[in-house]
Design a protein around this ligand. Structure first.
Ligand code: PLP
Length: 342
């Protein structure tokens, strides 16, 4: 009997570049990206701008840099306030960069599944006539929600939030780290979700399976300004076409297959719901993230690790994320191990 391969459900960032992706990367035409001379980076930027229904796009080393540059673009360090879900990535996982780099104040909104609604945004906005108060400036939406469990914002709710933003003169930003998961799960196009925002971005190093990179899109003028911050933050690269080729390959080959990740997450959620001692509402699993509760998460994670299965602790909960290196057999093995351990 052969030893079973490890199962890595820690995050979709753990997906490895395939042999075919590596071949595409090795064969990429490259040039000096900072001078606009890398044809592969230029092709990727054009493709993402078109995909998101925006005029232009900028290739960056990470999604975190997309968020940080957008915060910097849309706010001034004059008491500007940003509205976003209290569990969103800039609040919990960007090292406090909004305060340090943009000098912006974050106002975390509540709501189930990492989503807030237009009414709670409107209720949080400040009185522009009162100089005691912060200046309401920007709203950010995360699609899909990460901490919220991979939930898909309904298009109508996004439109309602954007209508409030327009009414009150706020800028808007879409953190689309997993936007294409939402697209595949809902059948709504990427541009339908993203084109109404002032800036929007997608990540290539999550479920799309590329090793590095993200692209921030917006108007030509804003992306020109974003270039300044890319330079300032040390994100300007040279022969970056090597990595951009992995992202182009991912857009070509790894988007539709996200449906398999969603089916695997669904199977995991349904299987978990049938295990006594596991708390999960499988109806909340819409894409590739599965969050559940067990009486002793630390013991479960250790027991799974001993069997070569890696999940992650998520506060008092446990998170599993499916991706292109996890197949249905791996889900079955994971369920059998959890059934055994809980
Ligand atoms: C991963 C993630 C980011 C940051 O992306 P990196 O490429 O890891 O820097 C931002 N927002 C969300 C919702 C994410 O899941």
């Amino acid at each position: 009997m052969s030893v079973a391969a490890p199962v890595n459900l820690y995050s979709d960032t753990q997906s490895l570049p395939s042999a075919a992706m590596r071949e595409a990367m090795a064969a990429a035409e490259v040039g000096d990206e900072q001078r606009g001379l890398d044809p592969t980076v230029n092709a990727l930027q054009d493709r993402v701008a078109a995909l998101l229904g925006q005029e232009a796009a900028l290739f960056l080393p990470s999604g975190t840099m997309c968020n940080q540059i957008a915060l910097r673009l849309h706010t001034r360090p004059l008491g500007d306030e940003v509205y976003l879900h209290r569990g969103s990535h800039p609040v919990i996982a960007e090292a406090g960069g909004a305060a340090a780099l943009a000098g912006a104040q974050l106002c975390g909104l509540d709501g189930a599944g990492g989503m807030f609604d237009a009414a709670s945004l409107e209720a949080a906005l400040r009185d522009p006539g009162d100089r005691h108060q912060p200046r309401s400036r920007l709203v950010c939406v995360e699609q899909t929600t990460n901490l919220g469990g991979g939930r898909v914002w309904p298009l109508a709710e996004i439109e309602a939030v954007l209508a409030v933003a327009r009414r009150h003169g706020l800028r808007s930003h879409l953190d689309g780290a997993r936007l294409l998961n939402a697209v595949v799960a809902s059948g709504v196009g990427a541009a339908a979700y993203a084109s109404g925002f002032d800036t929007a971005w997608i990540d290539f190093s999550k479920g799309l399976g590329a090793p590095v990179g993200a692209c921030l899109a917006g108007s030509r003028e804003r992306i020109e300004e974003a270039w300044r911050y890319k330079q300032m933050y040390g994100g300007a690269m040279r022969q970056a076409g090597i990595v951009a080729a992995g992202a182009l390959f991912a857009l070509e080959h790894n988007v539709e297959r996200l449906a398999e990740d969603h089916a695997n997450a669904r199977a995991l959620a349904d299987g978990l719901a049938a295990i006594p001692g596991v708390e999960i509402d499988p109806a909340t699993v819409e894409t590739n993230i599965v969050i559940f509760e067990v009486p002793d998460p630390t013991a479960l994670l250790a027991g799974l690790a001993a069997r070569g299965i890696e999940l992650s602790a998520f506060g008092a909960r446990v998170r599993a994320v499916t991706h292109l290196d996890v197949d249905a057999a791996a889900i079955d093995r994971t369920l059998a191990a959890i059934r055994d351990l809980v």
